[in-house]
Design a protein around this ligand. Structure first.
Ligand SMILES: NC(=O)c1ccc[n+]([C@@H]2O[C@H](COP(=O)([O-])OP(=O)(O)OC[C@H]3O[C@@H](n4cnc5c(N)ncnc54)[C@H](O)[C@@H]3O)[C@@H](O)[C@H]2O)c1
Length: 248
């Protein structure tokens, strides 16, 4: 697999204990980077650290929807190191139901993790990137944020919010060597699919002209380029990886 040069680059990957995030951590470590994984699930974090078994890896239990937890974790890191790369990947879809039947607490939780979590991490990390005039931020949105999936109004709204946040922050930082981009994947076989009904997942798949799920490694390849120094121009942009589903 093609390697990007991430030597001496420190990254935070949120929601990195499994699924997409764990695969990103693997590629970043193989590319010579230092990786800090944050996740809310301590058991999965312990499993991931055993699996990755790398002295350049550290991990913490951090709930990205909790601003204070994020701030404390960032302040601890920047005592010893800069933060070069931030991957806002932590997310949940929540269950599938029509908007008028959606549980209000669950709706808020979905928006808090996907959108406020991305805001909290950017807010705490960006000042360090500005100080060093270097940074690469990749926000993991979803094709749902562009198209709006029926019976997933909270998730679609939160991911549309992540797209807006990315375009806005990217422009705010465009005069510095800091790139802020988002990607909009179609469905991939990770644990997150279990949160939705089988019918909903089948409907998602039926909309993809490629006719199959996105492979996790295909997702990570795009993340690697966006996170590398080689991406020195693209910013405030939304990169499609939906197998032909999105028309814009
Ligand atoms: N898999 C897909 O089909 C798909 C498609 C489009 C977008 N995405 C997005 O990709 C990202 C990763 O999802 P995945 O498919 O790897 O799912 P996953 O469930 O395998 O992994 C998500 C991780 O995020 C962690 N997490 C959840 N809430 C958290 C919080 N509050 N703070 C910190 N960590 C938290 C979970 O513990 C888990 O380890 C999500 O943002 C998701 O919305 C996934």
């Amino acid at each position: 697999m093609h390697q990007f040069d991430l030597k001496n680059r420190t990254s935070i990957i949120t929601g990195g204990a499994q699924g997409f995030g764990l695969n990103i951590a693997k590629r970043f470590l193989n590319s010579g980077g230092k990786v800090i994984i944050w996740d809310i699930d301590e058991n999965e974090l312990l499993k991931a650290s055993k699996e990755l078994d790398n002295s350049n890896l550290s991990f913490n239990v951090v709930d990205v929807s909790n601003y204070n937890q994020v701030k404390v974790a960032v302040d601890k890191i920047i005592k010893n190191s800069n933060i070069d790369i931030l991957i806002n990947n932590a997310g949940i879809t929540g269950s599938t139901a029509s908007l008028w039947e959606y549980d209000i607490e669950e709706w808020n939780k979905i928006v808090n993790i996907n959108l406020m979590g991305t805001f909290n991490c950017c807010k705490c990390v960006v000042p360090n990137m500005i100080k060093n005039n270097y940074g690469r931020i990749v926000n993991v949105a979803s094709v749902a944020g562009k198209d709006g999936n029926a019976n997933a109004s909270a998730y679609s709204s939160a991911k549309a919010g992540v797209i807006g946040l990315t375009k806005s922050l990217g422009k705010e930082l465009a005069d510095k060597n800091i790139a802020v981009n988002a990607i909009t994947p179609a469905g991939a076989k990770t644990r997150i699919l279990k949160q939705m009904s089988k019918e909903h997942v089948a409907r998602m798949l039926s909309k993809v002209p490629r006719g199959r799920f996105l492979e996790i490694e295909e997702f990570t390849s795009l993340i690697c380029w966006l996170s590398s120094e080689e991406n020195s121009f693209s910013t405030a942009a939304i990169f499609d990886i939906s197998g032909g589903r999105s028309t814009y």
